[in-house]
Design a protein around this ligand. Structure first.
Ligand SMILES: Cc1cc2nc3c(=O)[nH]c(=O)nc-3n(C[C@H](O)[C@H](O)[C@H](O)COP(=O)(O)OP(=O)(O)OC[C@H]3O[C@@H](n4cnc5c(N)ncnc54)[C@H](O)[C@@H]3O)c2cc1C
Length: 369
């Protein structure tokens, strides 16, 4: 190991790696339940650094694992067999914003939300919005093909990645382009490969124009079945909101206690519905959805009056994981690979595999995404 450490220090400098047990402890887990301590964590700052580390690992026969923010739920960022964790925390620059072509080139350690923040003043955003978007990185999103509430209308990460730069296990640097380019769709192959095929060192992401208007609706029900009926009603009439999320009574009480988002504590279920697009069309859809909700026995139909109210409603939903964590140190996560029939019907990412069905206490049989 001394030989490896010396070589790593030559490549990355004395502050470019961690090897003391107390430092490695922070890297022995991710958002799942498995634990395994790496022998070394390295912090490359360029593709060349990654290539050099990968070649070194190959030379010494050491396992390597890529790591973004460690929010993954399937244990992918854990060094199961020890070895080197390659953290992309210091490859976190937005390299280029090309509004004329509606794209940006970013390093893998860029936090998901930071892409939208960087372009929002120009009227653009990056669509995939996992609930972990304030922490998770684009490299992790690519590897997990992450989605989020708004993927109902926009699709998952694979629909928003136009090209990649990646380092293969022998140190070869590969550049891939989008699905429209001739040849094999290597971008499609790598997105969702869970870090098992290559280390992603650059991502070309699609930027989208912000809609003219956004309306966020909270519908409150005394019976969960009525909330389900409302979703069926909306779907049957071919209305595609950008998001439809249901929280049942037990979950919404946990969320409300933790976040004070304004959800009614005595309801059996709520639906959080978001519509966006051209003003006239959205206003018409709000009325159609009002009819659907009230027709399906919603006892309250509330449209957020401003951005603050909208943020608050989403804050509740996006902090659901943490809210459950307050009530129980362990709970069961149900996730499955789901291949939607068409892109426009994607409401849940193909991000997690069976390994992410994790742990339970009998008290909380909660299904949470
Ligand atoms: C509170 C919470 C809410 C969440 N909500 C959602 C959600 O709504 N939708 C969703 O899809 N997921 C969600 N997740 C899961 C998780 O946030 C996503 O899977 C996210 O994409 C992981 O990003 P990360 O940067 O944390 O990656 P990590 O956890 O660090 O890594 C995930 C995988 O990507 C690999 N990897 C990381 N960087 C690279 C790279 N540069 N090159 C190659 N491989 C790499 C790792 O090896 C690992 O296999 C949630 C998690 C939490 C904790």
């Amino acid at each position: 190991m001394a030989e490896v450490l010396a070589a790593v220090e030559r490549i990355l400098g004395p502050r470019g790696y961690l090897h003391r047990p107390e430092d490695l402890t922070l890297y022995e887990y991710d958002g799942g339940i498995d634990k395994s301590r790496p022998d070394l964590v390295v912090f490359p700052q360029s593709t060349q650094d990654v290539v050099a580390i990968v070649k070194l690992a190959a030379q010494f026969g050491i396992a390597i694992v890529g790591r973004g923010a460690g929010t993954g739920l399937s244990g992918g960022a854990i060094a199961r067999a020890g070895g080197i964790i390659i953290s992309f925390a210091r490859m976190n620059r937005i390299l280029e914003i090309d509004l004329a072509n509606e794209r940006a080139v970013v390093e893998p350690g860029v936090v998901n939300l930071d892409i939208s923040l960087a372009v929002e003043a120009d009227g653009y955003f990056y669509a995939p919005d996992p609930s972990s978007q304030r922490a998770c990185t684009i490299g992790g999103n690519v590897s997990e093909n992450a989605g989020g509430p708004h993927t109902l209308a926009y699709g998952v990460t694979t629909n928003h990645v136009l090209g990649l730069e990646a380092v293969l296990t022998d140190g070869t640097v590969l550049e891939t382009s989008g699905p429209d380019a001739p040849g094999y769709d290597l971008t499609g192959l790598l997105v969702g490969s869970e870090g098992t095929m290559a280390l992603v060192t650059k991502v070309i992401v699609r930027l989208m124009r912000k809609p003219e208007i956004v309306k966020t609706i909270l519908a409150v029900y005394d019976r969960p079945e009525d909330a389900g009926d409302t979703v069926a009603w909306i779907t049957a009439r071919a209305i595609t909101p950008v998001a439809v999320e249901m929280l049942d009574g037990m979950l919404l009480r946990m969320v409300e206690e933790a976040t004070h988002a304004g959800y009614p504590m005595d309801a059996a279920a709520v639906l959080l519905i978001e519509l966006e697009g051209m003003k006239e069309a959205v206003e018409e859809q709000v009325e159609q959805i009002r009819d659907a909700c009230l027709g399906c026995r919603a006892r309250e139909f509330r449209v957020a009056r401003n951005a603050e109210e909208r943020e608050l409603l989403w804050k509740g939903r996006k902090n659901a994981f943490g809210a459950v964590g307050r009530c129980s140190p362990a709970y069961y996560v149900h996730a499955r690979r789901w291949r939607p029939r068409c892109a426009s019907s994607m409401s849940w990412p193909g991000a997690m595999d069976s390994r992410s069905a994790t742990f339970s206490t009998p008290a909380t049989g909660i299904s949470i995404r």
